[in-house]
Design a protein around this ligand. Structure first.
Ligand code: TZP
Ligand code: MG
Length: 230
């Protein structure tokens, strides 16, 4: 079955990073394949440096890996690359293409996610037809410096709470500084009475791990298990 027709499991969402500080000299595709084998449920290709032809080649290689595991591949920023690689969707920031145009280009079954740092950004994205929100930045992280808003679990909870009054359903993950030590606490403390997160999104906790498969297994187990301190 085509991944795009399936209900998406957002519980462990991996965002890639090709910088030496995170990836070292390892092959991106090897790290992602290990992570997928460990239990990652969504992969987003985030690459701010490769030129278009190279990016399409990487996206196609990653898609060959992810589709074999029924894991959706989403492309950060680049609707054209998602289309060229046959990826399941895109992740759009506030300054990227609007959702309506992206959906026209990619089709009704494409998965479209949007970054939201405030209630207003979340509302606009949901009303515009986003399938999921990437809420953040949760905590300060060396992986993405100079982020505009660090919202913490209280800011995340506030955004989740605001979604209850909207007609449309939306899935949610949060991102920024999440690792095996704080994952359960993040999920627990971000919950509003009406809505909890559907998952966590991580970069370095998996991409920089010496054993990415084990890192993904450990995180997947943590997000599936009820918090121990609850
Ligand atoms: N968007 C907000 S924070 C972030 C992105 C892409 C990076 C998160 O990286 P890490 O290593 O999981 O803290
Ligand atoms: Mg962007």
């Amino acid at each position: 079955m085509c991944t795009c027709m399936m209900k998406v499991n957002y519980s462990l969402y991996l965002v890639t990073d090709n910088t030496t500080a995170i990836l070292g000299d390892r092959d991106l595709c090897w790290v992602v394949e290990e992570a997928v084998k460990g239990g990652v449920t969504v992969v987003q290709l985030r690459d701010k440096t490769s030129e278009t032809a190279g990016l399409i080649r990487i996206a196609k290689r990653l898609h060959n890996i992810t589709k074999g595991h029924d894991v959706p591949l989403l492309i950060n920023d680049r609707v054209d690359v998602a289309f060229a690689a046959g990826a399941e969707g895109v992740h759009l920031g506030q300054d990227d293409m609007d959702i309506e145009t992206a959906r026209k280009l990619l089709g009704p079954n494409a998965i479209i996610g949007v970054t939201a740092s405030s209630r207003e950004e979340a509302r606009q994205a949901v009303e515009g037809g986003a399938d999921y929100l990437g809420i953040g930045t949760l905590f300060t992280t060396p992986t993405k410096e100079n982020t505009k808003f660090i919202i913490g679990t209280s800011g995340t909870r506030d955004i989740l709470d605001s979604l209850a009054s909207l007609e449309q359903q939306v899935s949610t993950v949060c991102i920024g500084g999440i690792n095996a030590t704080n994952a359960q606490r993040v999920l627990y403390q971000s919950r509003s009475p009406s809505k909890g997160l559907d998952g966590i999104a991580v970069v370095s906790a998996i991409m920089a791990a010496p054993d990415p498969r084990k890192a993904a297994q450990d995180l997947r187990e943590l997000v599936m298990r009820p918090p121990r301190f609850a």
